[in-house]
Design a protein around this ligand. Structure first.
Ligand code: SAM
Length: 463
């Protein structure tokens, strides 16, 4: 009765938390299984950023509750952001759930499961669900274990920070993830070194606002910020070929970080730079401390450091008070930046956030039509940028077989997915690939001869 399946909702940080919980459980003798139908313990690691994400997880938990009622040995747990946000209140709708564990207590999951199973085996009735959503000092340091999978893992996520102090008026994260806390740089570097020794070639440093890394608890000087100093240390690790990070905040892009792109070649030509809106009025109402012009200045600064720099972003449409003119500013900003990709979200009311009680909430049909209009602009831009790469040779980090298992997949320095033919032994290698075809999000190509000239297209937009 020790087969565990973890189903993850939401962002990469949730994926990383699930992976750490899985590694801790495996170290305790649990088996992590791929099929939720063949497990004894089902853990739902949840997201609260939008209402739709919460409703999806609640629907799933309600469905699994009937299995819990049929099978007294089955264990059903809810972990992560929704557990933190709703706590014991979840039991009103989901009385059969055994375990509710918040974002600062992931490391306690193995103990809770051990205790639950021991009590059941001893025939001790467990009347009440375990609900644990407290604050825990140092919990940011507990997300460090990685699963050793069967194949070679080429890319890994490394958590550098938990929580957020930004207080964007739309966002539930400060409530679900708590105050901003950074891990010591030495621990992060050690984790990256261990990953490199196991064959990992690319690390993505994860946090809610990675550019604020160490701001509260590390020495600040006139020189580079703690985040840039961390990038330098990870960059020096032999075996790590590429470094990515998500999410930064525009506020954190100062000269030192732009300079890092000129000095540190393992930083690829891609930045995920959440803008949220192209309208200054909406940015102010969101409590985002930058203007449209400052954002464009950052884009120009980064293109100055790397002319081939590609950008992706997060955008919210239909924030309270957003007018047609505000939306138009977002649309034109997308055209000006010429994003490779963007996550577009319809504003979702989050109870307890300042925006939830703002006047002029935007009707759903307006949010939907703005969402569709923006997706169309972004899709056309992505396709045009993809097609511009046809005929170039790109440096690709090979991740392994693609989803058909017949070809290889990897990513360019600018984070574009590439599919091509080649032997499986290339996993973990940097290879030149000549691009022959392109869809909105994927490039297709063929291995180019070693030493083939790597070309990057000229930046198509001058800002
Ligand atoms: N920490 C990053 C930042 O502030 O730039 C982003 C992290 S957040 C978990 C991911 C994205 O979800 C946000 O960038 C935002 O676009 C979106 N989001 C957050 N709250 C939202 C809400 N109430 N409605 C719609 N989208 C939301």
């Amino acid at each position: 009765m020790n087969r565990v399946h973890i189903k993850t909702y939401g962002c990469q940080m949730n994926e990383r938390d699930s992976e750490a919980v899985a590694a801790m459980l495996r170290a305790r003798g649990y088996r992590i299984v791929a099929s939720e139908d063949d497990c004894d313990i089902l853990l739902l690691n949840t997201c609260s950023v939008r209402d739709a994400a919460e409703q999806k997880a609640i629907g799933k938990a309600a469905h699994e509750s009937s299995r819990r009622r049929r099978d007294p040995d089955f264990v059903l747990g809810i972990l992560g952001c929704m557990a933190q946000n709703r706590g014991a209140g979840l039991l009103d709708r989901l009385p059969d759930v055994d375990l509710i564990v918040g974002t600062q207590k992931f490391h306690r999951v193995p103990d809770y499961l051990d205790n639950l199973r021991a009590a059941r085996e001893a025939g001790v009735p467990v009347a009440e669900a375990i609900v644990e959503t407290g604050v825990e000092e140092g919990s940011q340091n507990t997300i460090r274990d990685h699963m050793e999978g069967p194949g070679r893992q080429v890319c890994a996520f490394v958590s550098i920070q938990q929580g957020c102090d930004m207080n964007c008026t739309f966002c539930i994260v400060p409530r679900t993830r708590g105050d901003e806390r950074s891990r010591p740089a030495g621990d992060i570097v050690l984790e990256c070194e261990e990953l490199a020794a196991r064959g990992v070639r690319e690390v993505t440093l994860l946090g809610q606002i990675v550019t604020s890394y160490g701001r509260r608890d590390q020495r600040q000087g006139d020189g580079a910020s703690p985040f840039v100093r961390l990038l330098e240390r990870v960059h020096a690790i032999p075996g790590i070929e590429r470094i990515r990070f998500t999410s930064p905040h525009p506020r954190g892009f100062r000269r030192d970080l732009a300079d890092a792109y000129s000095r540190l070649p393992k930083l690829g030509e891609h930045v995920h730079l959440p803008v949220q809106s192209g309208s200054d009025a909406v940015l102010r109402a969101m409590n985002r401390p930058y203007s449209r012009e400052r954002y464009l200045e950052i884009v120009r600064m980064l293109k100055g450091a790397r002319p081939a720099m590609a950008f992706s972003t997060d955008i919210i449409v239909g924030f309270p008070g957003e007018t047609d003119e505000d939306f138009e500013r977002t649309r034109t900003l997308c055209e000006e930046v010429d994003y490779d990709m963007a996550y577009v979200f319809k504003y979702s009311v989050r109870t307890g956030t300042p925006a939830a009680s703002m006047p002029d909430q935007v009707p759903d049909e307006v949010r939907e039509s703005r969402n569709q209009a923006l997706l169309e602009v972004l899709r056309a831009g992505s396709l045009r940028r993809s097609r511009a790469l046809v005929g170039t040779v790109q440096e690709v980090l090979v991740e392994g077989p693609d989803k058909t298992g017949l070809r290889l997949t990897g990513r360019t320095r600018a984070n574009r997915a590439v599919v091509f033919d080649g032997p499986g032994r290339l996993a973990g290698e940097l290879v030149p690939v000549e691009i022959a075809g392109a869809s909105v999000s994927t490039l297709y190509g063929a291995l180019a001869p070693a030493g083939a000239g790597l070309q990057t297209p000229a930046c198509p937009v001058s800002l």
